[in-house]
Design a protein around this ligand. Structure first.
Ligand SMILES: [Zn+2]
Length: 135
């Protein structure tokens, strides 16, 4: 049965570890963890460094720049809320800080591998998602 409105895009399931990340996106910041011992950045947030095992870590804003590491083009959306957007890309970006993150894509479908990109922030009803665009 047709409807007059598109289905709402469901937001993330926010938990203790991911809440600061999502809150930062709402402030147009890409907030990530960095180990205070080995200085390596990591994503997603986790209680200890996966490289050296040090507990905790500092939370810093990444510059939001990097290169396209990989991408997929979605032709048939798994969620009806994204059906009108298809085809669209989801990208994995290697940030300049040396950590990979996932995001939406704002740009042509023909993505160039290792293209320079900049983070951008997409507002939804009550939450913000991360996306990247070519620079
Ligand atoms: Zn470490």
């Amino acid at each position: 049965m047709p409807t007059d409105t598109a289905p709402a895009i469901v937001g993330p399931e926010v938990d203790h570890d991911s809440a600061p990340f999502w809150a930062a996106l709402g402030e147009h910041r890409l907030s990530l963890q960095r180990c205070t011992a080995c200085q390596r950045w990591r994503f997603p947030r986790m209680p200890s460094c996966p490289y050296c095992g040090t507990d905790g870590g500092e939370v810093l804003d990444a510059a939001g720049t990097g290169t396209v590491y990989s991408f997929v083009t979605v032709h048939i959306a798994a969620d009806p809320a994204f059906a009108d957007a298809a085809p669209y890309n989801v990208v994995t970006v290697m940030l300049d800080e040396g950590v990979k993150v996932l995001g939406g894509w704002i740009g042509p479908l023909d993505v160039a591998m290792q293209a320079r990109v900049q983070a951008t922030f997409v507002a939804h009803d009550g939450w913000t998602s991360l996306a990247f665009q070519p620079v």
